[in-house]
Design a protein around this ligand. Sequence first.
Ligand SMILES: Cc1cc2nc3c(=O)[nH]c(=O)nc-3n(C[C@H](O)[C@H](O)[C@H](O)COP(=O)(O)OP(=O)(O)OC[C@H]3O[C@@H](n4cnc5c(N)ncnc54)[C@H](O)[C@@H]3O)c2cc1C
Length: 387
Amino acid sequence: MAPLIAIVGGGPSGLTLARLLECNGIDYIVYERNGSSDSHNHQGGTLDIHGATGQEALRRGGLSEEFENMARRDATTAHIVNMSGKHLLTFGEGRDAPEIDRVQLRAILHKSIPADKIQWNKAVHKVERDAQNNIIILFSDGSSAGGFRLVVGADGAWSKVRHLLTSAKPKYSGKTYIEGKISPNNPIYPKLEAKVGRGSLIAFGPSKNLAVQQMSDRSYRIYLGITVAEDFFIAGNANVDLSVDDGAQARQFFLSNSDYFAEWATEFNELIASCEHGFRKWPLFYLPPETLVWEHDSQVTLIGDAAHLSTPFVGEGVNCSMYDALVLAEKLKEHGTGPGLDRAVEEYEKDMFKRGRDLIERSMGSGELLFANDAPKSLVQVIKGNA
Ligand SMILES: Cc1cc2nc3c(=O)[nH]c(=O)nc-3n(C[C@H](O)[C@H](O)[C@H](O)COP(=O)(O)OP(=O)(O)OC[C@H]3O[C@@H](n4cnc5c(N)ncnc54)[C@H](O)[C@@H]3O)c2cc1C
């Protein structure tokens, strides 16, 4: 017999839901397209986990101790500087939002779930309804699964489940991050560590920025935030023929072009020039907030980015996603998985629509400040006003 609940996607939202269902004795299965370990190289970056949302979900899942063992509570400080390197503001000291590497968070959640409850390397190709209106999951390996009471799409930005509930499609924000890396053995490292320390630094210029964040292995991730068209990096397009995988070509492009970082202070030029290997690009998409409403369906729902993909400019995507899992699990516990399941899902969605829309809208607003022509002037005013 099929498990009661199928969770499509084993990212932070899907695995948090799995853990909470496990704790509540509710039967489920997770389908994840990546392997249990081979995806880790592609999952870079550090996430700040907030007390009332992400941490609360972990607490309810009995994982606070595991989290605290890995969380970096000394990494919450952020420095804001301008493109000349002038220091403008430091904030975030002692904030209840410790950093944890994405791979560490995933490992904590993954280890908390019995091995037979996750099917790795199980990419969902399509999710559809059969003639009896039952949901069938079709996998890329040719197999299929069905008979679930509830299918939860936790499969991120390009969800294969979303279309069953809404025609909403991710929209490109006009902004892209280009991610590079500086390891502790890089000659520039001591200088960078002296400037950034355990936390982060963001430098601003007109319509662009450069962020530096320390990871748990003490390496730094560098993010070049640029405003470019969606097809900017597509080979042969009218603007540029640039592959960021080719580190030398990308460094040369950003450093020699006055539209990007050529006119920034020498320290930033050195930093970009010192980035190792190729870069990775993150074109940033979001779901238009007004699309965050759909007619409730008793067999299927969405959590995390699948439901409310947003740009990452308020640093809350993962927190909101984990909190979705908490609310859904709590509602299922409260109303049961029999006749009450429908009500549980409906109440979860009502709560999530509000939070999801709010997240997307705040992040859009923050994006305007972070990429403004006069950045970081308005941003600094807002931060000082909120302090
Ligand atoms: C550059 C960048 C920086 C960010 N920084 C922050 C930050 O600092 N703080 C913060 O709170 N948020 C941040 N976010 C947002 C955060 O990463 C997301 O909100 C969060 O990862 C959402 O979790 P999720 O589990 O819903 O989706 P995802 O993390 O996207 O996980 C989805 C999972 O589903 C799997 N999957 C996808 N398709 C299929 C399929 N067809 N079949 C099976 N499995 C599938 C994927 O392999 C993945 O494991 C950032 C995002 C970006 C792009």
